[in-house]
Design a protein around this ligand. Sequence first.
Ligand SMILES: *Cc1c(COP(=O)(O)O)cnc(C)c1O
Length: 397
Amino acid sequence: MQTTTSAGPREHDRALATEAVHAGRDDLAALGVHAVPLDLSTTYPSYDSRGEAARIDAFAATGEQIQGPPVYARLDNPTTARFETALARLEGTDSAVAFASGMAALSACLLARVAEGLRHVVAVRPLYGCSDHLLTAGLLGTEVTWTDPAGIADAIRADTGLVIVETPANPTLAEVDLRAVAYSCGAVPLLVDNTFATPVLQRPAESGASIVLHSATKYLGGHGDVLGGVVACHEDFARRLRHVRFATGGVLHPLAGYLLLRGLATLPVRMRAASATAAELAERLAADPRVAAVHYPRIGGAMVSFEVRGDPHAVIGAVRLITPAVSLGSVDSLILHPASISHRIVGEEDRHGAGVGDRLLRMSVGLEDAGDLWRDLDTALAASVTATADAAAVAEC
Ligand SMILES: *Cc1c(COP(=O)(O)O)cnc(C)c1O
């Protein structure tokens, strides 16, 4: 694969907001429909088995998207292909390949490199808890070196297949300088998990990333009702990913592809609205004496993390409008204690080393009114103080 350059220029110069509602739908008017057709077929009839043999040979040899009618739903699906086209357009890459989940997408990237004999990965903490776990456990035969951005160049070996960073990172919202990191990677492809920023706030391919990964479950879907993952990259790496996907089966369901394409249409509007509310809440939290620290990314976004002085579990127990739940990126607000849930699987020492403290809370800000959200947080913060005072009183007895 081509590893030294960014993932390719944007083919079209339409603005992101326009692409969000039109990409992947260019043929609809010619088809005489307005909504995207949802194709749930697992298989497709063909009376020409010689022709099928040639098409399967072509796919096996190159991993190139099957031309002509689909063959089997594990190979390709026209509804999912629309989502892939649209996401590639938004990220400004040649191609995109969709998977059953964000973790299936990351697994495919790792397997594609392992298959080439490149089993070493350089990664920067924090990453999403399960990504950290997948690398630390070496489940796919990879070996990881954890480092900070400044240590990347020194950590790279002859068998390094990927450098992995997440920015803003889950759950601390720590940011890395993508251009500087891409430079440090040299010829090794840089994989950026862009789940938190989305292409609305940041297009890593423009900063030199070769591979842009999303848990589509989060902002791309945007409504908390679809699980998916997607990798935006050069067509040559996309071919390897399609091969892995075909061979291992981590495909996105067509209904999920339909919902993700639908989610993309409102992504810019949702991101901007939720980011404005998140910025306002971050300011209010920073001014609040019950809060010890607030983390809000320089590039903005709809995630806010904060450390409470009192009991973080009491905050989780006391919210009523905000839902205490894992995941993020939905139209409604969610709050989570990362040390208990999303990053529980990361060892305590590594967790603390990555800045994921025991009093840290992560909030995914939705589209509710900022005043209503603040009232809920205010009540929950009061509960965190009461709980700590009660605990202190018990300790004194
Ligand atoms: C949720 C998440 C993932 C994993 O995605 P799934 O769709 O849950 O498999 C990966 N990276 C980040 C940053 C995430 O938040």
